[in-house]
Design a protein around this ligand. Structure first.
Ligand SMILES: Cc1cc2nc3c(=O)[nH]c(=O)nc-3n(C[C@H](O)[C@H](O)[C@H](O)COP(=O)(O)OP(=O)(O)OC[C@H]3O[C@@H](n4cnc5c(N)ncnc54)[C@H](O)[C@@H]3O)c2cc1C
Length: 393
């Protein structure tokens, strides 16, 4: 293989390009914007920087956040210390850092839009805004709004959610998560360097209505958001059927990150999966043990083994997490009650925030601990009746 074209220079494309170039391949990244403030919270879980320590050991501006509050209707709010901090970047800074790494490893970076791609026997011809380029292999990293119809995920109507928000000039130390009545989604407040990223994601609800919910939340909190910069984008959120027919690879191409639909359908976390899929795709491209014809299958197998099956399973839980009921209340409200009253449950939530608790074993962990958790909840409840929390004892 001589030339690999990486279409899109976001986290997925830049990560893949760095690995491919470091392995000695000729790599060209095509991105129409290069580093830009892509609409995003910018939050990286422990899982991401544990796997790739350079994401935390660097000079790029970022916030390390150790506290969070979670709130839901009829449950109030609860504070929780994170066992592992969440690292929050501005996307301009994160993208820039990743593209520079790719460049230092030898990747060529070209600022241009890819208009179309065509397969000619064993090569690709790319038509870009600045001309025509040829490549032997394509990494598709064009994000959730991938304009190239013939490659990458094909969305069904229910496979995406809207995500929008404001960059508000304010500071705070903790992350806030707010669940809302009848919404498969949530509001987040992420402290960044110099501002907050305050946003909402939701499935099955028009963007205008989500925006109204978010503005009402900010008003209630007394946030001075008017005049702040607005952002909105699409977030892949595949249903189970979407995962089953997901098109992540084909003849001479592999899709990474959002272009492959690789986002957690519950939390909306996509940055880790973008970089991890970029890493896995580059391994498959580099590995001479796979013939060109075998690369698509090899990549699908790696993805499934690493995280895609777990995310497919998460898709079966998403509606229950946000809209389900448990013990005569909503699941988010019960979550808050349990965090408040059970140490075991709090540790489980910390692991979910860190990204170290797979969804596939969540149910068995919950069941294994249920007895102890309920005992803790009940003990706590009765103790608080005798010694009220506000007594400070
Ligand atoms: C509002 C919002 C909040 C989010 N918050 C978080 C969060 O806090 N944590 C988290 O982990 N995930 C979050 N996500 C998800 C995360 O932003 C994405 O999963 C991540 O950006 C995916 O990276 P990517 O490289 O696949 O795609 P992108 O980051 O979208 O990069 C795609 C790149 O391709 C380029 N491109 C597209 N088409 C072309 C073309 N035709 N020619 C040339 N270039 C092209 C674009 O310019 C862009 O740079 C959030 C998403 C949204 C919408």
């Amino acid at each position: 293989m001589r030339t690999v074209a990486v279409l899109g220079g976001g986290p997925a494309g830049a990560f893949a390009a760095q690995r491919l170039a470091a392995a000695g391949l000729r790599v060209v990244v095509f991105d129409e914007k290069l580093a830009w403030e892509k609409p995003c919270g910018g939050g990286l879980t422990y899982k991401a920087y544990h796997e790739y320590p350079f994401l935390i050991d660097n000079d790029t501006p970022k916030r390390l956040v150790r506290e969070t509050t979670l709130a839901a209707p009829e449950a109030g709010q609860v504070k929780m210390t994170l066992a592992q901090p969440l690292v929050i970047y501005s996307r301009m800074d994160l993208n820039n850092m990743l593209l520079k790494r790719a460049e230092r490893s030898g990747a060529m970076i070209e600022k241009t839009r890819v208009m179309a791609i065509e397969r000619h026997e064993r090569t690709w011809r790319l038509r870009t805004q600045s001309g025509v380029a040829e490549a032997d292999f394509c990494i598709i990293a064009t994000g959730a709004r991938n304009p190239l119809r013939e490659v990458g995920t094909e969305w069904g109507a229910k496979d995406t959610m809207s995500a929008l928000g404001y960059y508000v000039r304010a500071t705070q130390e903790q992350i806030d998560i707010q669940f809302l009545r009848n919404l498969e989604g949530y509001i987040w407040v992420f402290p960044r360097c110099g501002h907050l990223s305050v946003g909402i994601c939701g499935k099955g609800e028009p963007a205008q209505s989500l925006r109204a919910r978010l503005e009402s939340y900010m008003d209630q909190r007394g946030m001075a958001w008017k005049g702040s910069r607005f952002y909105s984008h699409m977030l892949p959120s595949l249903e189970t059927s979407g995962w089953r027919r997901n098109r992540v690879a084909g003849d001479g191409w592999l899709a990474v990150g959002d272009a492959g639909g690789l986002v957690d359908p519950i939390t909306g976390e996509g940055l880790y999966y973008a970089m991890r899929s970029g890493d896995l795709a580059s391994r498959v491209v580099i590995d001479d043990a796979h013939s060109l014809a075998e690369k698509a299958a090899a990549y699908r197998t790696l993805l499934a083994r690493e995280f895609a099956l777990d995310l497919e399973f998460a898709a079966t839980l998403a509606k229950r997490v946000f809209l389900g009921r448990f013990m005569f209340n909503t699941v988010p409200a019960r979550m808050i009650h349990f965090i408040r009253r059970s140490e075991r449950f709090r540790v489980l939530m910390q692991d979910l925030f860190a990204g170290t608790q797979p969804y596939s074993t969540l149910k068995s962990r919950l069941l294994k601990n249920l007895n102890g958790t309920l005992q803790e909840v009940l003990m706590n409840f009765f103790l608080n009746r005798v010694i009220p929390e506000r007594s400070g004892l």
